[in-house]
Design a protein around this ligand. Sequence first.
Ligand code: AMP
Ligand code: GLY
Length: 421
Amino acid sequence: MKLLVVGGGGREHAIIKKLKENPSVEKIYALPGNGGIALDAECVNIGAKDIAGITAFAKEKAVDYAVVAPDDPLVLGCVDALEAIGVPCFGPRKNAAIIEGSKVFSKNLMKKYGIPTASYEVFDDAEKALEYLKTAPIPTVVKADGLALGKGVIIAMTREEACGAVQSIMRDRQFGDSGNQIVIEEYLEGPEVSVLSFTDGETVVPMVSSMDHKRAGDGDTGLNTGGMGTVAPNPFYTDAVAAECMEKIFLPTVRAMKAEGREFRGCLYFGLMITANGPKVIEYNCRFGDPETQVVLPLLESDLLTVMQAVTAGTLKDTPVVFRKENACCVVLASAGYPVSYEKGYEISIPGNVLPHVYVAGAAEKEGRLVTSGGRVLGVTATADTLADAVKEAYALADQITFGNKYFRHDIGQRALNCGK
Ligand code: AMP
Ligand code: GLY
């Protein structure tokens, strides 16, 4: 089989490495991929948002199956376009990807179907939002409606900060049209859990739970990033919480999307907060998480391509999806200065024994060498019987990788290790 994977980060590298385990896979094209992914797939310089370019390429190469991984192409309708030329895909169509593409849509969906989430108000007028903020409970959370490179959520600890967020999103149009509408919502507290799931629109199969570490600095300090590391499973996600989520969140969401005529097929990501009043949805993503995928897929025992094809065919109910009862830890190695500004172009050295554990996010190939080209450069994942061992091993592997301005958090997994203490 000839496969096409749209995207070019650590998540896509993890997906590609897993897909390659299936012996029927002869070829994987990554669009655009990156210098590290090039070790495992043929990278083609077509951007993930270039829907016309992607479909033309898929047609030319007669690819058998496509995986659309990032949010942007999904929200733009990449799956619809590929299906229109006869290429079966893993990923939701445009009308279902809206569950991530519009926070107003997802909040209204949850309200309509009684799915637990933070209470909220929607505004399309800055004046009215500012008026509301005069008496709103503080802290509060201001969210741009549309995609905003993961930066459209502002946790406002004071009224001034909340007003500043409205100003920059709606008046200064910091995120362009994504800020035409905003959601102002209740501030929730509790441990966060990421649950990625496979769903064919009918059946929903949660993957092993995980925990992201979003802040740049040790002890959850500094700016928000795309994610500096992950562990799986997440110890805050107990069996009792999992059962409650299935009953009150996962199944109701999948059924709600179907009832709205927006059947969701692909990976539906539930960003949850385990509050004192039970689990609540913080956000939905219409795709695999990054760097959650880098700990979840290494624990998947079943064949990924088989599961993905069952999702596409609507036969997930009859397809076993098994995860190993082990623990995984991914430590992200970044360029110092990320997420603000950082230097690029430093040579990366990865010993052969470490390479199978590496998922490359921001590296380019230059004269046969791998050099840094992004903020998050790569992730290193280790699996072990205990979380403590997985963490130790991931750091031991990370220590063996060298590049200029290498930066990482030293406490990935500590919050999970201290759970219950
Ligand atoms: P997002 O950019 O949508 O991934 O959100 C970023 C982060 O903001 C989440 O991971 C949460 O930590 C936080 N967040 C979002 N909504 C809320 C909320 N209602 N209450 C508290 N924290 C929130
Ligand atoms: N790691 C969070 C996300 O992928 O949205």
